[in-house]
Design a protein around this ligand. Structure first.
Ligand code: LLP
Length: 450
């Protein structure tokens, strides 16, 4: 029966750096007690530790800059799909990162935060004409081509706009790694990218190089997500660089390489501690420098796209406890602790069987711990927030904090059972503010035109 670790302030803990217990025993984020946040903003609420998120972004940027300084430099694109808002886009840009977008919504959010198009990339396996048009209009850094038909689609739109589209080709290298099957992305039998094995990738490179409406600037690979070891990234880097060398042999010079995101985090203290950004950056730079030494090619400019590792540990979800029910199971008694959110604010346990942990957040509770399952308020038995956690005696009205919910929580949220999606409150130096307001029932009714 696993108990949640207490906050330590360490970057490899499950709580963000500025979470601590106050003298009265409740949790506080950057000096703001959680009872104050619950009182002002209600629950459920996502609480984002701004300084922690920015420090994680900066750590990636500094690590990549340092490792690739002897080569051709590096860029870090924050993967907006993990969690994006205008404030987050602004912070990332201020920390020197670019933004990876995968839809018109993500692209517009970054643009409306003032991030220049030249610092935003566009992904997607089924881009609309509107998305490609917007990317070209804003001078997007690159459009990552994901299929053969997309080549002509991008070229057609670029021709009509009288411009040349800067494109990357997304490669399926056969290297895959990561957590659940659904988040592995570089094996053959899935929807992303162009296969190196079948020659589809090489075909795409040749067609793009021959198309005057397109400018082939890079190759891209993303091998999966929640990866806790560096070796898969090095293997993928070599595979991408081999394709770049093949292209060079055809007289096609490709100056950039993007090695994707996928760097894992700890959700509970049962998870291994992932390598630090410096270690990932060192392994990537070693793979690149070895390859260029072997081939004699000029080093490419290298980018990566971390999302989860920047935002997941920086955010927690604060819930209020409601109904508590003791149930007899084949494996012994289990206490079901219901909270006021659930699979609509964190789909990951239901979708991937993801493990989380939880602490009573409003007070330090004495007493014998029970084997608990934290569940949501949705009409579905798979609506689980934390599968298994030891909690002390608690009561309706207590606050429960679930750490590491910053990535793919709010961004994969839904309105199931017509629950309004929670807001995001950011906290820094003793001050908190809403960066994404809570939805209301009125917001939902406003869409219902009768
Ligand atoms: N770049 C590309 C092309 C991607 O597809 C992704 C994630 C990333 C970057 C960022 O990966 P990250 O560093 O955040 O792992 N909903 C799943 C994760 C899906 C990841 C999709 N692509 C989850 O909750 O685990």
């Amino acid at each position: 029966m696993a108990r949640a670790p207490e906050p330590t302030g360490r970057p490899d803990g499950v709580w963000s750096a500025n979470v601590a217990r106050t003298e009265s025993g409740e949790l506080a984020v950057a000096g703001v007690p959680v009872t104050q946040i619950a009182g002002e903003f209600g629950t459920p609420t996502y609480i984002l530790d701004e300084a922690d998120m920015r420090a994680r972004a900066r750590a990636w940027k500094n690590a990549m800059d340092a490792a690739f300084a002897p080569l051709a430099g590096a860029d870090v694109y924050y993967a907006g799909k993990a969690f994006l808002s205008k404030a987050v886009a602004r912070w990332m840009a201020k920390e020197g990162l670019n933004i990876d977008s995968a839809s018109e919504g993500e692209l517009r959010t970054a643009l409306s935060a003032g991030v220049p198009g030249s610092r935003i990339g566009l992904h997607g396996n089924n881009k609309s004409d509107a998305e490609i048009t917007l990317a070209l209009e804003c001078g997007s850094a690159h459009i990552v081509v994901d299929s053969l038909p997309e080549i002509e689609q991008v070229a057609r739109i670029a021709r009509a706009a009288g411009t040349r589209a800067p494109v990357y080709v997304r490669l399926t290298t056969g290297v895959h790694a990561g957590g659940h099957d659904f988040i592995q992305t570089a094996h053959e039998d899935q929807k992303f990218g162009l296969s190196v094995t079948t020659g589809a990738a090489q075909e795409a490179i040749s067609r793009i190089a021959a198309n005057p409406a397109l400018s082939l600037i890079g190759l891209h690979s993303h091998i999966g997500s929640q990866i806790l070891a560096a070796d898969g990234f090095a293997q993928a880097a070599r595979a991408v660089l081999d394709v770049r060398a093949w292209a060079a042999g055809q007289g096609i010079e490709i100056t950039e390489v993007d090695l994707g995101g996928g760097y894992g985090v700890r959700y509970t203290d049962a998870d291994a501690v992932p390598p630090a950004p410096e270690e990932f950056a060192r392994v990537l730079a070693a793979a690149v420098s070895e390859h260029v030494a072997q081939t004699g090619l000029r080093p490419p400019r290298v980018s990566i796209e971390p999302g989860r590792s920047i935002v997941a540990p920086a955010m927690m979800t604060l819930y209020t406890v409601g109904t508590i029910k003791d149930v007899a199971t084949d494996s012994g008694p289990r206490r079901y602790v219901s909270v006021d959110g659930g699979m609509s604010d964190n789909l990951r346990p239901a979708l991937y069987g993801a493990q989380y942990t939880a602490l009573v957040a409003n007070r330090l509770v004495e007493g014998e711990e029970a084997r608990c399952r934290v569940v949501g308020k949705h009409c579905e038995s798979g609506d689980i927030v934390v599968h298994d956690v030891a909690l002390p005696p608690l009561a309706a009205g207590d606050l429960l904090a679930v750490p590491v919910t910053g990535a793919y929580g709010r961004s994969m949220g839904s309105n199931y059972n017509m629950l309004p999606r929670p807001g995001v409150v950011s906290v820094r130096d003793g001050h908190c503010r809403v960066i994404l307001r809570r939805e209301t029932i009125e917001d939902q009714l406003a869409l219902d035109v009768g």
